[in-house]
Write a protein that binds this ligand. Structure first.
Ligand code: SF4
Length: 400
């Protein structure tokens, strides 16, 4: 049984510092959130860019076709995948925003235009029905509330089925399935156990608690880790207000799991990766037929529910021929790159043309400048352009 009322909130940001209430807070964000979206296009050097959130990670076959057609008709004939499982269309011509929005709306990809940039969620791609239902419900709740539009386009929810794959992606709020059928909702270092039925609402309450804390701090924080040290995030109070029974869990450790490897997963699912996170529309259409296409935050796709292993292996071979990475020992499986030139004016080189695999156990990420957009989590070999075709090589990140 869960306790009827949660205890008063421990401080998720508490790193041993005392509360500091009487100082002028240092602002961590001076500018508004300029994250691109499907409606707010970003002007890049290769044309406009639209970033589409896919909160549950699931695309229907029709949505796959609509995105491919939109890229062929309005963009550059490719689709890019981000480290949050978003899909980007690039090279969009002037004045095509309305046509794109119409296509996305008709395909059910824009359930709430006001919320399209705050539907940031990563979901375990191999999760079962219950966890997928949490994600879908959380998305509905996000889109149903006015206040959620105050979240930044960077605030990230993770809905993890217990294996720790998406919980490892540094989300702001994590919903983690537990073996007993309950859910752990975690924000910063604070974790609460709630019933499965309450899990999506608990994640929303945690986000509400963050916004209250961000307002109180007054530093313009977009993410939990940007709150000042010592700033209280009173999750317990927000769970209480939402009438959610919760039990505080001290020192809750989140599992750290690996993403699904390319190949046949289990006996009836197929996982593939997009080389350098980008596919042609022909490759994208080659994912069909499928009951659904799941976009992963590791720049790949999972196709579930093949009739048997033979059918899954057959499809894997077809996707290999279509140019996907289908084996974990592929030298390209651990290579990623930012947009680079010609898409990004900041780039000192054509990163995607330069990128190639490197020997070693760590993933390698190629960047056109020191911003290192899209770099992996954990430790990686870091290739940063210093001039046309020249790169500085270091190891970045941590293996902890
Ligand atoms: S890392 Fe630099 S060059 Fe690459 S996309 Fe980001 S800003 Fe552009």
């Amino acid at each position: 049984m869960l306790a009827a009322m949660p205890p008063s909130s421990p401080n998720p940001q508490d790193r041993g510092e005392a509360h500091i209430r009487d100082r002028v807070p240092d602002r961590v964000r001076e500018r508004g959130d300029a994250c691109p979206g499907a409606l707010r296009l970003h002007r890049a050097d290769d044309g406009a860019l639209a970033r589409l959130r896919i909160p549950t990670g699931v695309l229907t076959p029709r949505q796959v076709r609509v995105l491919a057609d939109a890229s062929d008709r309005l963009g550059d004939g490719h689709l890019s995948l981000t480290s949050r499982g978003n899909v980007e269309l690039r090279g969009l011509g002037e004045g095509c925003g309305l046509q794109l929005a119409d296509a996305l709306r008709e395909a059910g990809l824009l359930p709430s235009e006001r919320h399209e940039r705050v539907r940031n969620m990563v979901v375990s791609p191999l999760a079962g029905a219950q966890v997928r239902a949490w994600a879908a419900r959380l998305d509905e709740l996000l889109c149903a509330e006015d206040w959620t539009t105050e979240l930044s386009g960077r605030f990230l929810f993770a809905v993890d089925d217990g294996r720790g794959d998406v919980a490892a992606l540094a989300p702001d709020v994590t919903l983690l399935a537990e073996a007993a059928g309950t859910a752990l909702v975690r924000i910063g270092q604070a974790a609460y156990r709630v019933s499965s039925a309450d899990a999506p609402r608990a994640a929303l309450a945690a986000a509400d608690a963050f916004l209250a804390a961000a307002r109180e701090a007054g530093t313009g924080a977009w993410r939990v880790r940007e709150l000042p040290a010592g700033q209280d995030v009173d999750v317990a109070e927000h769970l209480r207000r939402a009438a959610i029974a919760a039990e505080y869990v001290a020192d809750a450790a989140l599992p750290v799991g690996a993403p699904p490897a390319p190949g046949v997963v289990g006996d009836r699912s197929v996982c593939v990766l997009a080389r350098l996170g980008r596919v042609t529309t022909a490759q994208f259409r080659a994912l069909l037929p499928a009951r659904e296409v799941r976009v992963t935050p590791w720049r790949g796709f999972v196709l579930p529910d093949f009739a048997d292993r033979v059918a899954a292996e057959q499809r894997l071979r077809a996707l290999d021929e279509a140019g996907f990475i289908t084996r974990s020992d592929s030298p390209w499986a651990e290579v990623s790159a930012c947009t680079g030139r010609p898409g990004c004016a900041k780039s000192l080189s054509d990163v995607r043309a330069d990128a190639r695999p490197r020997e070693g156990a760590l993933p390698v990420h190629w960047s056109g400048c020191a911003r290192r957009c899209g770099h992996p989590q954990g430790a990686w070999i870091d290739m940063v352009a210093t001039a046309e075709g020249a790169y500085q090589v270091t190891v970045q990140g941590s293996t902890k």
